[in-house]
Design a protein around this ligand. Sequence first.
Ligand code: HEC
Ligand code: HEC
Length: 159
Amino acid sequence: MNKSLLLIALLPLAAYADDLRLPLNAPPAFQAECGSCHVAFPPQLLVADDWRRVMRSLDKHYGDNASLDEKTRQTLEDFHVRNAGGRKVGAGRTAPAGELPRLTQTDWFLREHREVPRADWTHAKVKTPANCAACHTRAADGSYREREIVMPNGKHRKD
Ligand code: HEC
Ligand code: HEC
C-alpha cells in the first residue's frame, strides 16, 4: 500500500474518535447525573436499544442505584437514544444475558483496546475498564485522543 492509501484507510478511525466529543446539545443533567459516579460516557458508544435498557433500569444500575425523577430520566433517555452509536460499535454482543449492556463489552471497545495488557484493567489505579479517566486524561471532557493517554505505569502512549 502506498502512503496516501494508508492515510485514507486510517481516516475513518480518526474521525470516529473525534466524534466522541460530548454532543453540544447535551442537557445539563447529563454531566450532573451521569458524570457524578464515573465520567459521562459518550452516548455514541452504545446502540439505541442498549441505552433504553440502561435508562429503564436505573434503580438497578450495575450494582448501584442511579434513580432519577421521571422527567429527568426521560430527558436523558431521549438524549442517549438520539446520539446513540450505530453498526460501528457492534450492536448486540454487549453483555451476558440478563445483565445490563456495557459499552466496555462491545466489539468496538474490545478492538480499540486489544493492545491493553490484561493486568492494566485491574491495576490499582484503574480497577475497571469503565474507569476511562484512569488512562484517558481528558475523558471527563469527552476527549479520547491517543496523545492524551497515560497508562497506569505512567507511560504516555505517544510522546
Ligand atoms: C450512583 C452512582 C452512579 C450514577 C449516578 C450513574 N452511574 Fe453508571 N455506573 C455506576 C457504577 C458503579 C457502574 C459500574 C462500574 C463498573 O462495573 O466498573 C456504572 C456503569 C455504567 C455503565 C456501564 C459501563 C461499562 O462497564 O461499560 C453505563 C453505560 C452507565 N453506567 C451509564 C450511566 C448513565 C447514562 C448515567 C446517568 C443516567 C449513570 N450511569 C449514572 C454508578 C453510577
Ligand atoms: C487501562 C487504560 C485504559 C482505560 C481504562 C480505557 N482506555 Fe481507551 N484506550 C486505551 C489505549 C491504550 C488505547 C489505544 C490507543 C491506540 O493504540 O490507538 C485506547 C483507545 C481508545 C479510543 C480510541 C482512541 C483513538 O484515537 O483511536 C477510545 C475512543 C477510547 N479508548 C475510549 C475509552 C473509553 C470510553 C473508556 C472507558 C469506558 C476507555 N477508553 C478506557 C487505554 C484505556
